[in-house]
Design a protein around this ligand. Sequence first.
Ligand SMILES: [Zn+2]
Length: 360
Amino acid sequence: MINQDRLLNTFLDLVKIDSPFGEEGEVARYAAGRLRGLGFEVHTDDMDNVFGYLPGTGEPLLLNAHLDSVDPCRGIKPQVGADGIIRSDGSTILGADDRAGVAAILETAHVVTGTKIAHRPIEIVLTVQEERGHAGSKHLDYARIRAKQGLSIDGTGPVDSFSIAAPSHSGITAAIYGKSAHAGAAPEAGINAIRVMCEAIARMPLGRLDAESTANIGTIQGGTASNIVPDRVEITGEVRSHSERKLQTHTQQIVNELEDAAVAARARADVQITRNYMAFRLQETNPLVSLVAQTAEKMGLEPSFVATGGGSDANEFNAHGIHTLIVSPGVMNEHTTTEYVALGDMVKCTELLVAILGVV
Ligand SMILES: [Zn+2]
């Protein structure tokens, strides 16, 4: 069954390999090598996404985690406490997001290949560049994926809290073009782009807009000198919503405020909206959700099903018809230098995966 030392060592090996997004080659080779050694059918694509398949009985189950990390993530020196909690030395993140997920999947692969108990076919997909707009899962070859159900081991917080919904996300890039003039000699000849933009922003719906939606303007840049009426200013922002309709309504309102403010000031607005990912929501009656709930209860856990405010690989899998929920391997404080994970939680997560595959 689960070998805690092996799981811990796998995790420590993984975090010691530098893998900022876009540089996952070495960690991809490590994971692919481990899966090959266990008899998985393995291939990697030209982005370094790793695919592993092990035949079995019944419907295949996709297990996903991502190989990349956010900065500062070079030279991670994991420290294992007597309490089984693993942290960085404080100068970097730990990288448990998401190498705790990768380690849990590799340990699951060990357990399943070491047993004679029948199990579901396992389809492992370890992605690159999840932290950069899910670029790995966005561009992988879905024609090769057999599973219709998946677990993305990329959650944070308690192991018995599962994410079954995530929002859609639209990015906003906008510029206001005014007219430059000398601010002292001829201000009436100018159109102040910064002022027009500020008027638009002041009217935008921002922050938490309703129970399902948020919006933000995150950057602003413009102007050249204090004595020149600025002729150009640019912003970037975003809208997220669990409701497609609300996403569109809020996004449109932001576009309207930009255009109205520009027209009123005889300036010009240039607005670009990019759809970054699509929302998903699995119903509690979904067979995969029921299976996870029953399995967790049998293990003595108290499963809860929640919505997350962030996007991840699970959005891409769901958008391609693979019902995927997000499982936490127990990662805490992700994306910070105080990130940590308890070995006990990684073990619990692995037990859950093994049980869901049918090996109990
Ligand atoms: Zn992650």
